[in-house]
Design a protein around this ligand. Structure first.
Ligand SMILES: Cc1ncc(C[n+]2csc(CCOP(=O)(O)OP(=O)(O)O)c2C)c(N)n1
Ligand SMILES: CC(=O)[C@@H](O)[C@H](O)COP(=O)(O)O
Ligand SMILES: [Mg+2]
Length: 632
């Protein structure tokens, strides 16, 4: 039996000696590489938190003490040490272990939201709550990455935490110098300065080497070192805020991290423990991966680490390639990313136009409003962001971009169900959110060709903002129109006026498959793809007059989605046809594969056809009068 197999909870590691801890760290690292390569997941970030997490669970008493993880993608070791080792064979799979903390899984977990930069706010709130309950012996420990620390929320929280010098919060900065790519901005430079002060670095090495034999003395001098650091590597930023600063500490040295955490735990006020870690540490392929140190890997060969199966061009790659072509033709086009240059497809653009790409850090609010500023200066900004993360910049979209009619183009990748990363990563909120923004035009391309076309149209819009949304994964083959009706692509047509099926974006394949089923049953179905779904085209409204039932299908929230928008427009235009909207139900969706989740939401071709069939039958049943018919 391996040492790891004896660990069922944090209590099992508190008595281990230094040699056993080193063995345990090695076994965990081997376990992560083997398991995560098979399932896919955040291998690099978790290889970077092995020793840090062991130290955290030796110093603090979870779950009474709360250990909180920002974003949560780096909490696999936390899960392993809190009794969930067995679940890793089904990591991020339906019914299996979530890739993020999950309260349903464990009392040791708190934050399930995978949106970055929230942890310090949770910590501030928990510390206040424990204080109010008189539970001042409960530690609140927040682990935040250097990337997440570039998010505005983190500084809102730091302002509050530092405003209460007698309310303890242990802030562990997990500093590996990267988000996906190297962290950007002045803060990153500042942290790098703390990391790389040559005098301090030499002293750190000397003190660690000389004093390791006498840990007690090491711990004592560790405190002295903090003073020495002010001289050698002043870390005024945190200290000036009233935050005690401990570090930088080698985040892969369990004893060093423990010493710093114990000192922090006894401080009695807010304290920063600055840990230096390496993303991908201990796995050569990840260490050598300059792109993102295996931030997130797909299913790979555990023996070689090679990704298995390349599903062909992705929506992201089609966008990225077309933007480069546009950039060559239009020098005004610039791109903005919130620390996700590669994942949003902007790497090629940055390669060719380094001065026309801005990585603002994990700061979507700033990304949006700075894009408004760029537009006001005559640029054509393309803000590339995952759909779910645009939630962060809604007020900026509404008030800074749309209200000023700035021609900003929002390219929303991962729109609709994404699946693997759980409830907070699905891009299912954008259509209801975008639907209420005055003057914002929205496109939902059905394939690569229409994505390229929509992007070209969007960058040419001068009177206001636009958004283009598409899902995660392979783009698949183009879906040709079989006809055009007044500028609207017709994708399927069978004789009769039973159903006008309006397909949104990538649901075109599903809509056509459902239409073929219904046609075989003798129903007259026409499938159309409006491409630009907002504002609703007058041609579509006129076309709807010819049908008994209008159906919409979208990979987005049903409530407030495109179906609601079209129904409203048809009512306003006096079109009597009832509208049946099919989309994602209003609930937080558990993790799983995109196709499976869409099917669970009733959005498979079979289920869509069945639902439409039932609706038609209900409308035709004798004695069943539709409200709309009475009003005819
Ligand atoms: C609001 C928000 N924007 C973007 C992301 C995508 N994202 C996930 S992890 C990550 C990088 C996080 O960097 P850091 O906090 O340093 O953690 P590390 O991966 O280095 O451990 C990003 C940008 C996110 N989760 N939340
Ligand atoms: C936590 C994190 O990194 C997320 O942004 C997520 O992993 C993105 O995953 P995909 O890029 O595979 O959609
Ligand atoms: Mg980082």
């Amino acid at each position: 039996m391996t040492l790891l197999e004896t660990i069922e909870g944090p209590a099992d590691i508190k008595h281990l000696n230094a040699g056993q801890l080193a063995d345990l760290a090695g076994e965990i690292r081997h376990f992560l590489i083997d398991k995560v390569l098979r399932t896919g997941g955040h291998l690099g970030p978790n290889l970077g938190t092995v020793e840090l997490t062991i130290a955290l669970h030796r110093v603090f008493d979870s779950p009474r003490d709360r250990i909180l993880w920002d974003t949560g993608h780096q909490a696999y070791v936390h899960k392993i040490l809190t009794g969930r080792r067995e679940g890793f064979d089904r990591l991020r799979q339906k019914g299996g272990l979530s890739g993020y903390p999950s309260r349903a899984e464990s009392e040791h977990d708190t934050i399930e939201n995978s949106h970055a930069s929230t942890v310090l706010s949770y910590a501030d709130g928990l510390a206040k709550g424990f204080r109010l309950r008189g539970e001042t012996d409960r530690a609140v420990v927040a682990v935040i990455g250097d990337g997440a620390l570039t998010g505005g929320m983190a500084w809102e929280a730091l302002n509050n935490i530092s405003g209460a010098p007698d309310r303890p919060v242990v802030i562990v900065v997990n500093d590996n110098g990267r988000s996906y790519a190297p962290t950007t901005g002045g803060l990153a430079t500042y942290l790098a300065g703390l990391r790389t002060s040559p005098d301090y670095e030499r002293f750190l090495e000397w003190s660690k080497h000389q004093l390791r034999q006498t840990p007690k003395l090491y711990e004592a001098l560790h405190a002295v070192k903090a003073g020495l650091k002010d001289m050698l590597a002043p870390q005024g930023l945190f200290a000036d805020l009233g935050l005690k600063y401990l570090g930088p500490v080698d985040g892969h040295d369990i004893a060093a991290v423990e010493a710093a955490l114990r000192q922090a735990a006894g401080f009695g006020g807010p304290v920063v423990v600055h840990c230096l870690t390496r993303k991908g540490h201990g796995y050569r392929r990840a260490e050598d991966d300059e792109r993102d140190h295996h931030h997130a890997v797909g299913v790979s060969d555990p023996a070689t680490g090679e990704p298995l199966g390349s599903p062909g061009p992705s929506w992201t790659s089609v966008f990225g390639a077309e933007l480069v072509e546009i950039g060559r033709e239009c020098p005004e086009v610039v791109a903005v990313t919130a620390a996700m240059l590669q994942p949003t497809g902007l790497a090629a653009y940055a390669e060719e136009f380094p001065d026309r790409v801005f990585d603002v850090g994990i700061a979507e609010q700033h990304a949006v409003t700075s894009a408004a500023g760029l537009a006001m200066a005559g640029a054509v900004p393309v803000v590339a962001v995952y759909s779910t993360f645009l939630n962060r910049g809604f007020d900026q979209l509404l008030m800074d971009v749309a209200m000023h009619s700035c021609p900003v183009v929002f390219v929303l990748d991962r729109a609709g169900v994404t699946g693997d990363d759980g409830a907070s990563h699905n891009g299912m909120w954008d259509l209801p959110v975008l639907g209420i923004v005055p003057g914002l035009r929205v496109a939902a391309p059905r394939d690569g060709a229409s994505l390229r076309g929509a992007l070209r149209e969007a960058v040419a819009i001068t009177e206001g903002p636009s958004a283009i949304r598409f899902p995660k994964g392979p783009v698949g083959p183009d879906i040709p129109a079989v006809d055009q009706h007044d500028g609207i692509d017709v994708l399927h047509r069978s004789p009769g006026d039973d159903v006008l099926l309006v397909s949104v974006g990538a649901m075109a394949g599903t809509a056509c498959a459902a239409a073929r089923r219904l046609t075989e049953e003798g129903l007259g179905v026409t499938v159309v793809d409006p491409a630009w779904i907002k504002p609703v085209s007058p041609s579509l409204i006129k076309l709807a007059e010819q049908y008994r039932l209008v159906v919409t299908v979208e990979d987005g929230l049903r409530v407030g989605g495109y179906g609601s928008l079209l129904a409203q427009e048809l009512r306003d235009a006096g079109v009597p046809a009832p509208v049946s909207g099919f989309g994602i139900p209003q609930r937080f969706l558990d993790h799983g594969k995109r196709a499976d989740i869409l099917a669970e939401c009733g959005l498979s071709p079979e289920d869509l056809a069945r639902s439409i069939r039932l609706r038609i039958a209900a409308d035709r049943a004798p004695g069943v009068r539709r409200v709309e018919e009475e009003s005819r």
